[in-house]
Write a protein that binds this ligand. Structure first.
Ligand code: UGA
Length: 440
C-alpha cells in the first residue's frame, strides 16, 4: 500500500519517515522546495532524536521519496494523509487555509485516478466538522467525485511529542481512526495492522474532538500542578515535587505530566486550546477549564521573574544567564516557548542577558533579531560573571552543572530552578537558590 503525506512539517516528516522505515513505500510532498531538497539529501529540517538516521536509511532503501510535485504524490499513492499546519487566526480560531489548499490540490489530482482507488485522511488537528465540512466539500468540488462512493475520507489524529516523536510513532498509546464507512475503516486498519497499540475506531467528528480533548486535558494537568506549585512556594516546608509524587501515585491521577515548571509552550497546545475555546464560543458552550488552563500558563513565567527578584533585588543592569530556550528538551523548537516571554520581560526590566541552549540557539537568534543578547557557546560560558542563572528548559546537560560550577563562574552565585532539575538540599547550602514550587 503506497502512502503519501501532504505537508512535510513536523508531523508529516515524522510519519513519512516512520512508515517508510517499516517498509511502506512513501511519497512526501511539500510546497517548500528547499525543505524537499534538504529532506531528499537526508537532512532533517528540525532537531529530533534518531530522525536523521531513520531518514537516511529510508532514502537509501528507496522506501521514501520526497517531491514538490503534488500530482505525482497522489498518482503514486493509494492513501494520502493531510499533514499541513493548522495555526491560529488573530482571534484564536483555527486557520484552515493550508488544509483547504491541500484539499484543493488533492481533489484536482483525484480527477485523474480511477474511482474507489484512493483514500484521503486528515491527520492535521482540525476542529470537529472540518473533515465532513470544508475538506469533503473541497475534495468533491475539485475532483467531481463523491466522498465515500468514489474516494474514501477519514480522520486519524496523531499524538506525537516533540523530542520523542519516532518512539511515539512506533509505540503509540493508541491509534485513533475516525471513519464513517466500513471500506475506508478497513483500509486504514490495514495500514496500522502491525502496530500492537490498541485501536480506537470511531466516527470522523469524534476523532477530531478527541484530539483536542486529549491535548487540553494534558495542558490542564500541567497548569494544575503549576497552580499548586504557586501555593507550595508560599508554604514553608512544602515542595511541589513531593506533592506531585504523592498525588501521581493515585492511579486515577497518574504520575505523568505533573512536572511543575515555568509553564508550557510549543506548536500545539497554545493554538489547540485557543481553537477549542473559540469552537466552544461558536456553539455557545462555555469552557471555563480551558480558560483557566490558559490563564495559569500566562502568569507562570512571571513567577520565575519574581524568584529572580527575590534573589537579586532590582533586575536593572544585572547580568542574567538563561539556560534553556527550546519549549522542551531534545528539540530546537522555540514556538511559543516560555523562554521568549521570560527574556522579553527581563529585557523590559533592564537586564543584560546571556542565553544558551544545546539546540535552539540559531532559532532564537533569528527570532530576537537586532535585540542585544549574548549567545555564548556553552552553558558554562553563559554563567560566567552572571548575577543570576535561570533554568528554563530541563536539558540533561544542565543537570550535570554542580553547585561549585555556579560558585566559580558567576559573579553572584544565585540560581532559579524553573524546571526543578536540582536537589535543593545540595544547592541551597552553596548558592542563593530558589525553585518553582519550593516553599522557603
Ligand atoms: C503535545 C502532546 O503531548 C502530543 O500528544 C500531541 O501530539 C502534540 O502536542 C500535538 O498536538 O502535536 P508536544 O507539544 O510535543 O506534544 O509536547 P509535550 O511533551 O506535550 O509538552 C508540552 C509542554 O508542556 C512543554 O512546554 C513541556 O515543557 C510542558 N510540560 C509537559 C510541563 O511543563 N510539565 C510536564 O509535566 C509535561
Amino acid at each position: 500500500m503506497r502512502l503519501s503525506f501532504f505537508g512535510l512539517g513536523y508531523v508529516g516528516t515524522v510519519y513519512a519517515i516512520g512508515f517508510s522505515s517499516m517498509g511502506f513505500k512513501v511519497i512526501g510532498y511539500d510546497i517548500d522546495r528547499e525543505r524537499v531538497r534538504l529532506l531528499g539529501l537526508g537532512k532533517s529540517p528540525f532537531h529530533e532524536p534518531y530522525l536523521v538516521e531513520a531518514l537516511e536509511s529510508s532514502i537509501r532503501s528507496g522506501c521514501l521519496e520526497v517531491t514538490s510535485d503534488w500530482r505525482r504524490a497522489i498518482s503514486d499513492s493509494a492513501i494520502t494523509f493531510i499533514t499541513v499546519g493548522t495555526p491560529s487566526k488573530k482571534d484564536g480560531s483555527i486557520n484552515l487555509q493550508y488544509v483547504v489548499s491541500a484539499s484543493k490540490a488533492i481533489g484536482k489530482a483525484l480527477r485523474d485516478k480511477p474511482k474507489r482507488s484512493h483514500v484521503v485522511v486528515v491527520k492535521s488537528t482540525v476542529i470537529p466538522g472540518t473533515t465532513m465540512g470544508i475538506v469533503k466539500a473541497t475534495l468533491e468540488r475539485e475532483s467531481g467525485l463523491r466522498a465515500f462512493d468514489d474516494f474514501g475520507l477519514a480522520m486519524n489524529p496523531e499524538f506525537l511529542k516533540e523530542g520523542s516523536a519516532l518512539e511515539d510513532f512506533r509505540q503509540p498509546d493508541r491509534i485513533l481512526i475516525g471513519a464513517n464507512d466500513r471500506r475506508t475503516m478497513d483500509r486504514l486498519c490495514k495500514v496500522y495492522a502491525s502496530f500492537k497499540s490498541p485501536k480506537i475506531l470511531t466516527n470522523i467528528p469524534a476523532a477530531e474532538l478527541i484530539k483536542y480533548a486529549n491535548n487540553a486535558f494534558l495542558a490542564m494537568k500541567v497548569s494544575y500542578i503549576n497552580m499548586i506549585a504557586n501555593l507550595c512556594q508560599k508554604t514553608p516546608g512544602v515542595d511541589v515535587k513531593a506533592v506531585a509524587e504523592a498525588i501521581g501515585i493515585d492511579k486515577r491521577v497518574g504520575s505523568q505530566f505533573l512536572k511543575a515548571g515555568a509553564g508550557w509552550g510549543g506548536s500545539c497546545w497554545p493554538k489547540d486550546l485557543a481553537a477549542l475555546k473559540s469552537y466552544g464560543r461558536s456553539l455557545g458552550v462555555e469552557l471555563p477549564l480551558i480558560s483557566a488552563t490558559m490563564e495559569v500558563n500566562i502568569s507562570q513565567p512571571n513567577k520565575v521573574i519574581t524568584l529572580v527578584e527575590e534573589l537579586i533585588g532590582d533586575i536593572n543592569g544585572k547580568r542574567i544567564a538563561i539556560l534553556g530556550l527550546a519549549f522542551k528538551p531534545n528539540t530546537d523548537d522555540i514556538r511559543e516557548a516560555v523562554s521568549i516571554r521570560i527574556i522579553q520581560e527581563l529585557i523590559r526590566k533592564g537586564a543584560k542577558l546571556a542565553v544558551y541552549d544545546p539546540a535552539a540557539m540559531s532559532n532564537m537568534k533569528r527570532f530576537m533579531g537586532e535585540i542585544t543578547i549574548d549567545y555564548p557557546d556553552s552553558a558554562k560560558e553563559c554563567l560566567r560573571n552572571a548575577d543570576c542563572a535561570v533554568i528554563v528548559t530541563e536539558w540533561e546537560e544542565f543537570k550535570k552543572i554542580a553547585p561549585e560550577d555556579f560558585q566559580q563562574l558567576m559573579r553572584n552565585p544565585s540560581l532559579v530552578d524553573g524546571r526543578r532539575i536540582y536537589d535543593p538540599g545540595k544547592y541551597e547550602s552553596k548558592l542563593k537558590f530558589r525553585a518553582i514550587g519550593l516553599g522557603t
